[in-house]
Ligand binder design. Sequence first.
Ligand SMILES: [Zn+2]
Length: 199
Amino acid sequence: MTTPPPQQPIPSPYSGAPVPPNPYAGTAAQQPNPYAQPAPGFPAPQGGPGAMPYDPAYAPPYAHAPAPGCRNCGAPEAANFAVRAHVGVLIMMRFHTLNGPFCRQCGRALVRIMTTKTMCQGWWSPFSLVIFTPFTLIWNLIAAMKFAKLPHPNPAPGRQPLEEGPPVHARPLAYVAIIPLLWFTWVAVNIYLDASGRR
Ligand SMILES: [Zn+2]
Protein backbone atom coordinates (compact mmCIF):
# COMPACT_ATOMS: atom_id res chain seq x y z
CA MET A 1 0.00 0.00 0.00
CA THR A 2 1.20 3.50 -0.69
CA THR A 3 1.33 5.88 2.24
CA PRO A 4 -0.60 9.09 1.75
CA PRO A 5 1.67 11.96 0.81
CA PRO A 6 2.23 14.73 3.37
CA GLN A 7 -0.37 17.43 3.16
CA GLN A 8 0.89 20.38 1.20
CA PRO A 9 -0.84 23.42 -0.10
CA ILE A 10 -1.73 22.62 -3.66
CA PRO A 11 -0.16 25.23 -5.91
CA SER A 12 -2.32 26.46 -8.71
CA PRO A 13 -1.02 25.27 -12.07
CA TYR A 14 -1.65 28.78 -13.34
CA SER A 15 0.46 30.50 -10.67
CA GLY A 16 3.77 29.67 -12.27
CA ALA A 17 4.99 27.76 -9.23
CA PRO A 18 6.39 24.28 -9.94
CA VAL A 19 3.67 21.68 -9.75
CA PRO A 20 4.73 18.58 -7.77
CA PRO A 21 4.24 15.35 -9.60
CA ASN A 22 0.99 13.59 -8.93
CA PRO A 23 1.83 10.93 -6.34
CA TYR A 24 -0.82 8.60 -7.83
CA ALA A 25 0.35 8.98 -11.40
CA GLY A 26 3.01 6.32 -11.28
CA THR A 27 1.35 3.68 -9.17
CA ALA A 28 -0.94 2.28 -11.84
CA ALA A 29 1.93 1.73 -14.21
CA GLN A 30 4.23 0.23 -11.60
CA GLN A 31 1.80 -2.33 -10.18
CA PRO A 32 0.70 -5.14 -12.45
CA ASN A 33 -2.94 -4.86 -13.42
CA PRO A 34 -4.71 -7.84 -11.83
CA TYR A 35 -7.12 -7.91 -14.77
CA ALA A 36 -4.25 -8.24 -17.22
CA GLN A 37 -3.75 -11.84 -16.16
CA PRO A 38 -5.10 -14.34 -18.62
CA ALA A 39 -8.27 -16.18 -17.76
CA PRO A 40 -7.65 -19.58 -16.21
CA GLY A 41 -7.51 -22.27 -18.78
CA PHE A 42 -5.97 -20.21 -21.54
CA PRO A 43 -2.29 -20.69 -22.19
CA ALA A 44 -0.47 -17.88 -20.44
CA PRO A 45 2.13 -15.95 -22.34
CA GLN A 46 5.64 -17.04 -21.57
CA GLY A 47 7.19 -14.80 -18.91
CA GLY A 48 5.84 -11.41 -17.93
CA PRO A 49 4.00 -10.45 -14.77
CA GLY A 50 0.73 -12.07 -15.91
CA ALA A 51 2.16 -15.49 -16.65
CA MET A 52 0.42 -18.29 -14.81
CA PRO A 53 1.13 -21.98 -14.88
CA TYR A 54 -1.31 -23.62 -17.28
CA ASP A 55 -3.61 -25.88 -15.33
CA PRO A 56 -5.69 -28.13 -17.57
CA ALA A 57 -8.11 -28.78 -14.70
CA TYR A 58 -9.47 -25.25 -15.19
CA ALA A 59 -9.80 -25.55 -18.92
CA PRO A 60 -13.31 -24.70 -20.13
CA PRO A 61 -15.10 -27.57 -21.88
CA TYR A 62 -14.90 -25.94 -25.28
CA ALA A 63 -11.11 -25.87 -25.04
CA HIS A 64 -11.11 -29.63 -25.61
CA ALA A 65 -11.67 -31.10 -29.00
CA PRO A 66 -14.95 -33.07 -29.11
CA ALA A 67 -14.46 -36.62 -27.99
CA PRO A 68 -13.76 -38.65 -31.10
CA GLY A 69 -15.91 -41.65 -31.78
CA CYS A 70 -19.44 -42.78 -31.07
CA ARG A 71 -21.00 -41.33 -27.91
CA ASN A 72 -22.58 -44.64 -27.09
CA CYS A 73 -20.03 -47.31 -27.92
CA GLY A 74 -16.83 -45.35 -28.57
CA ALA A 75 -16.32 -46.65 -32.10
CA PRO A 76 -13.97 -44.25 -33.88
CA GLU A 77 -15.92 -44.21 -37.15
CA ALA A 78 -18.75 -41.82 -36.24
CA ALA A 79 -20.72 -39.00 -37.81
CA ASN A 80 -21.37 -35.89 -35.71
CA PHE A 81 -25.08 -35.51 -36.40
CA ALA A 82 -28.09 -35.35 -34.11
CA VAL A 83 -31.16 -37.58 -34.11
CA ARG A 84 -34.53 -35.99 -33.33
CA ALA A 85 -38.03 -36.89 -32.25
CA HIS A 86 -41.11 -34.71 -31.99
CA VAL A 87 -44.23 -35.25 -29.90
CA GLY A 88 -47.24 -32.99 -30.30
CA VAL A 89 -50.60 -33.55 -28.59
CA LEU A 90 -53.13 -30.67 -28.61
CA ILE A 91 -51.17 -27.77 -27.12
CA MET A 92 -48.36 -29.91 -25.69
CA MET A 93 -45.22 -30.19 -27.81
CA ARG A 94 -41.95 -31.88 -26.96
CA PHE A 95 -38.71 -31.75 -28.90
CA HIS A 96 -36.18 -34.50 -28.29
CA THR A 97 -32.65 -34.19 -29.62
CA LEU A 98 -29.85 -36.71 -29.16
CA ASN A 99 -26.56 -35.12 -30.14
CA GLY A 100 -23.86 -37.21 -31.78
CA PRO A 101 -21.38 -38.29 -32.76
CA PHE A 102 -22.81 -41.75 -33.38
CA CYS A 103 -21.42 -44.70 -35.25
CA ARG A 104 -23.33 -46.42 -38.04
CA GLN A 105 -25.06 -48.95 -35.81
CA CYS A 106 -25.93 -46.70 -32.84
CA GLY A 107 -27.00 -43.90 -35.18
CA ARG A 108 -29.30 -46.12 -37.22
CA ALA A 109 -30.77 -47.69 -34.10
CA LEU A 110 -31.59 -44.26 -32.67
CA VAL A 111 -32.99 -42.99 -35.98
CA ARG A 112 -35.37 -45.96 -36.08
CA ILE A 113 -36.54 -45.49 -32.48
CA MET A 114 -36.95 -41.71 -32.75
CA THR A 115 -38.58 -41.78 -36.18
CA THR A 116 -41.13 -44.40 -35.10
CA LYS A 117 -41.95 -42.36 -31.99
CA THR A 118 -42.43 -39.25 -34.15
CA MET A 119 -44.61 -41.04 -36.70
CA CYS A 120 -46.83 -42.30 -33.87
CA GLN A 121 -46.99 -39.29 -31.54
CA GLY A 122 -45.93 -36.38 -33.70
CA TRP A 123 -49.12 -35.41 -35.53
CA TRP A 124 -51.63 -34.41 -32.95
CA SER A 125 -51.16 -30.67 -32.65
CA PRO A 126 -51.60 -28.16 -35.49
CA PHE A 127 -48.04 -26.85 -35.64
CA SER A 128 -46.66 -30.35 -35.22
CA LEU A 129 -48.72 -31.64 -38.13
CA VAL A 130 -47.73 -28.88 -40.52
CA ILE A 131 -44.20 -27.92 -39.43
CA PHE A 132 -42.38 -29.82 -36.72
CA THR A 133 -43.08 -33.43 -37.54
CA PRO A 134 -42.31 -33.09 -41.28
CA PHE A 135 -39.10 -31.27 -40.31
CA THR A 136 -38.16 -34.00 -37.83
CA LEU A 137 -38.79 -36.78 -40.33
CA ILE A 138 -36.71 -35.07 -43.02
CA TRP A 139 -33.95 -34.42 -40.46
CA ASN A 140 -33.85 -38.09 -39.46
CA LEU A 141 -33.84 -39.12 -43.11
CA ILE A 142 -30.67 -37.05 -43.61
CA ALA A 143 -29.24 -38.53 -40.40
CA ALA A 144 -29.99 -42.06 -41.61
CA MET A 145 -28.17 -41.39 -44.89
CA LYS A 146 -25.14 -40.02 -43.04
CA PHE A 147 -24.94 -43.01 -40.69
CA ALA A 148 -25.47 -45.48 -43.53
CA LYS A 149 -22.34 -44.19 -45.25
CA LEU A 150 -20.15 -45.12 -42.26
CA PRO A 151 -18.35 -48.44 -42.07
CA HIS A 152 -19.44 -51.05 -39.57
CA PRO A 153 -18.27 -49.94 -36.12
CA ASN A 154 -15.46 -51.28 -34.01
CA PRO A 155 -16.68 -50.38 -30.53
CA ALA A 156 -14.30 -49.50 -27.73
CA PRO A 157 -13.28 -52.41 -25.47
CA GLY A 158 -16.07 -53.40 -23.11
CA ARG A 159 -18.73 -51.34 -24.90
CA GLN A 160 -21.54 -52.47 -27.17
CA PRO A 161 -23.23 -50.63 -30.04
CA LEU A 162 -27.03 -50.44 -29.92
CA GLU A 163 -29.10 -53.09 -31.65
CA GLU A 164 -30.42 -51.62 -34.87
CA GLY A 165 -33.64 -53.61 -34.64
CA PRO A 166 -36.22 -53.81 -37.42
CA PRO A 167 -36.51 -50.92 -39.90
CA VAL A 168 -39.18 -48.30 -39.38
CA HIS A 169 -41.57 -49.86 -41.91
CA ALA A 170 -41.50 -53.06 -39.90
CA ARG A 171 -42.59 -51.33 -36.69
CA PRO A 172 -46.39 -51.26 -36.35
CA LEU A 173 -46.48 -47.98 -34.42
CA ALA A 174 -45.07 -46.16 -37.44
CA TYR A 175 -48.32 -46.88 -39.30
CA VAL A 176 -50.20 -44.53 -37.02
CA ALA A 177 -48.88 -41.94 -39.50
CA ILE A 178 -51.42 -43.24 -42.04
CA ILE A 179 -54.19 -41.46 -40.13
CA PRO A 180 -52.91 -37.89 -40.65
CA LEU A 181 -51.87 -38.80 -44.20
CA LEU A 182 -55.40 -40.01 -44.99
CA TRP A 183 -56.87 -36.91 -43.38
CA PHE A 184 -54.50 -34.70 -45.37
CA THR A 185 -55.42 -36.48 -48.59
CA TRP A 186 -59.13 -36.11 -47.82
CA VAL A 187 -58.71 -32.37 -47.17
CA ALA A 188 -56.69 -31.92 -50.36
CA VAL A 189 -59.24 -33.79 -52.48
CA ASN A 190 -62.11 -31.72 -51.06
CA ILE A 191 -60.27 -28.48 -51.69
CA TYR A 192 -59.67 -29.60 -55.27
CA LEU A 193 -63.28 -30.61 -55.82
CA ASP A 194 -64.60 -27.35 -54.41
CA ALA A 195 -62.16 -25.24 -56.35
CA SER A 196 -62.86 -26.98 -59.63
CA GLY A 197 -66.66 -26.84 -59.17
CA ARG A 198 -67.12 -30.58 -59.70
CA ARG A 199 -69.84 -30.96 -57.11
ZN1 LIG B 1 -21.82 -46.67 -31.56
